[in-house]
Design a protein around this ligand. Structure first.
Ligand SMILES: *Cc1c(COP(=O)(O)O)cnc(C)c1O
Length: 454
């Protein structure tokens, strides 16, 4: 892996900002160690999000000839919150969506169709028709979807740029469930299968409206050189198509997202600058300006800027093990609870006033509120002894954690507040998503039709 330098999101320190935000969240009643303050809330560091967006756009702008078309489309599934999409749009980003729900969120955020990309392995005909009518970029996943697009583009003209997703079959990363480029992955058209490459080149020659190639071969656990290798193969395929076509039919390469995130410290490693450097080393021609680029980052833009704050409701000792029973569990950290080896999270202890808690380390389990034994955020973790009314903060949870709520035990979705440090040294909160009410839980559970099954 290319050497990565530690580049904090902001010079004054995201960690210091986080401590101030925790204290302010307690002082302003967003969360607290005792009722009636809420036992759980989620925070987003808005300056951090803007810094990551600027790091992404800056890293590519610095490497490309001026005027090269680039769209950084945020992968909506990482943080499907309309105000977050709007903030990122304000920072110059578009949206990558994987279905009607995410498309509706992007539209609600005011993201324009020409700044939106639709990827999904299972788009319905109606979804494709709508995307083509709106002019949204579409990446076809498979041969049958291409056949549907043949019919739809013949039936009605479209401004949508259309591409094909390929699977370079470059191999898995450290987390099997998140590896998209394996020999048998469900995604895209596999490049190394017998006859596939020739078929794909022919498919482009037969369809002048096919102008893009798409890959998303990175993810958490995938090393940079493996991601870069996939992009190199994408570029080589585009050159092959264009040579066969005798013109620059493929004009844009969508290189996906998948930059991993460091869950073990506040360091932003790998950084977008290191990612661009790895791509430049592996495929220098990608940056010569002859192709427009689309990226689709999710986790690396948001993860480091999210924080869960949860009350320790009780503590106990069982079989010699100290256990803190908190309000943060599987509903917010689903992957960590079900696959703790792959998704370890840091736990930062605070007291009931929101001050960092110190004290000699005690080996503890940090448990969530759900009714199954495996609902643990951390097992055998050394932390200052936690007590009822303390708070735990769980950093790095801005992508795929509290924004991907899991409805186990009908645990309500907590509020999400963005925070900003003010010039006066305070912290200003803005609610991005209200807490789910009990009335909403009942309504979403068929509460309006209690007799429906009688
Ligand atoms: C999930 C996904 C992304 C975003 O991946 P991250 O690891 O969050 O950067 C981008 N593109 C596609 C097609 C995806 O499925």
């Amino acid at each position: 892996m290319a050497a990565q330098t530690h580049k904090p999101a902001d010079p004054d320190g995201a960690a210091a900002r986080r401590d101030r935000a925790v204290r302010a969240a307690v002082e302003q009643g967003l969360v607290g160690g005792a009722d009636p303050a809420p036992p759980l809330t989620c925070l987003l560091d808005l300056a951090g999000i803007r810094a990551s967006a600027a790091a992404l756009t800056g890293a590519f702008a610095a490497a490309l000839p001026p005027g090269t078309p680039v769209l950084h489309a945020f992968a909506v599934k990482a943080a499907p919150l309309v105000p977050v999409l709007r903030l990122l749009a304000d920072a110059g980003l578009g949206c990558e969506v994987a279905g009607p729900g995410e498309l509706a969120l992007a539209r609600a955020a005011g993201v324009e169709p020409h700044r939106t990309v639709l990827d999904s392995p299972a788009k319905t005909t109606a979804e494709l028709r709508e995307a083509l009518a709106l002019g949204i970029a579409v990446n076809a996943d498979n041969r049958q979807e291409l056949a549907r697009l043949d019919a739809l583009t013949a039936a009605a003209p479209t401004r949508s740029p259309i591409g094909v997703r390929v699977n370079p079959q470059t191999g898995a990363g450290a987390i099997g469930a998140l590896s998209t480029a394996t020999a048998t992955s469900k995604f895209g058209i596999a490049l190394r299968d017998p006859g596939a490459r020739a078929w794909l080149v022919r498919a482009f020659l037969d369809r002048p409206w096919l102008t893009r190639l798409h890959i998303h071969s990175g993810s958490q656990g995938v090393p940079l050189p493996l991601i870069a290798q996939g992009v190199r193969e994408l570029h080589a395929l585009a050159e092959e198509v264009n040579t066969a076509a005798g013109r620059r039919q493929v004009d844009t390469l969508d290189i996906g997202g998948g930059l991993p995130v460091n869950f073990t410290s506040d360091a932003h490693t790998p950084a977008f600058g290191g990612y661009v450097a790895a791509l430049r080393a592996a495929v220098p021609a990608l940056f010569d300006g002859s192709y427009g680029l689309v990226t689709e980052f999710g986790r690396s833009l948001l993860a480091k800027h999210g924080l869960v704050l949860a009350r320790v409701e009780y503590t106990k000792t069982t079989g010699g093990r100290a256990i803190a029973l908190t309000h943060a569990g599987v509903q917010l950290a689903t992957r960590t609870v079900y696959a703790p080896q792959a998704w370890p999270l840091r736990i930062l202890p605070y007291d009931c006033a929101g001050a960092p808690k110190t004290g000699g380390p005690v080996v503890q389990d940090v448990a969530g509120p759900a009714c199954f034994a495996g609902d643990l955020l951390a097992t055998g973790r050394e932390l200052p002894a936690l007590a009822p009314g303390d708070l735990i903060a769980v950093p790095d949870t801005g992508a795929y954690f509290f924004t991907a709520h899991y409805g186990y035990n009908s645990l309500p979705r907590p509020a999400v507040h963005g925070f900003t440090a003010t010039a006066q040294g305070g912290i200003r909160f803005a609610e991005a998503r209200p807490a789910q009410s009990l009335a909403q839980i009942v309504a979403e559970a068929g509460g309006a039709r209690p007799d429906a099954l009688l």
